[in-house]
Design a protein around this ligand. Structure first.
Ligand code: HEC
Length: 125
């Protein structure tokens, strides 16, 4: 009796550990995704200063560390621009659509990553 209760407890602890590890992996994954797909324009630290951005780049990629600007966007707004590209939000086509490249969970991870960069919660609703 005691033994099986312990086994169950051990099992639960393992499960908890597994989901904790998974959450950590997801966060790390969002950062990797960002560095791979977004940093060439938005910069590794999200400041809009990636190596792609030259003097003749017509618009500056959003600086994600600018909380004032980032607070004008809700999480849904960000998701929408990332999935459908700049023009979907009346922004520049220099911001490409990623809906065919990235999965929903990857985009959700990116939204969280951008919120970490701006240290802001964004427009609510
Ligand atoms: C080829 C360069 C380029 C790449 C790559 C790129 N972006 Fe952009 N992004 C831009 C530009 C330029 C803008 C600004 C468009 C404007 O203001 O008209 C922008 C705007 C945005 C905005 C909208 C900000 C706002 O104020 O509405 C978000 C959100 C965004 N990018 C997220 C991402 C994410 C996430 C990735 C990676 C999956 C990414 N971008 C990759 C160039 C890029």
């Amino acid at each position: 009796m005691m033994k099986s209760a312990n086994a169950i407890l051990a099992g639960l602890t393992l499960l908890g550990l597994a989901s904790w590890v998974q959450a950590g992996a997801l966060a790390a994954d969002a950062e990797t995704t960002f560095k791979f797909y977004c940093a060439q324009c938005h910069g590794l630290g999200g400041k809009g200063d990636g190596p792609n951005v030259t003097k003749n780049f017509p618009v500056s990629p959003r600086n994600f560390t600018n909380a004032k600007e980032m607070n004008k966007l809700s999480d849904a707004d960000i998701k929408n621009v990332v999935l459908d590209g700049g023009p979907a939000a009346s922004k520049s086509p220099m911001m490409p659509p990623w809906g065919k490249t990235l999965t929903g969970p990857q985009v959700d991870g990116l939204v969280k990553h951008l919120r970490k960069l701006c240290k802001c919660k964004g427009k609510q609703g």
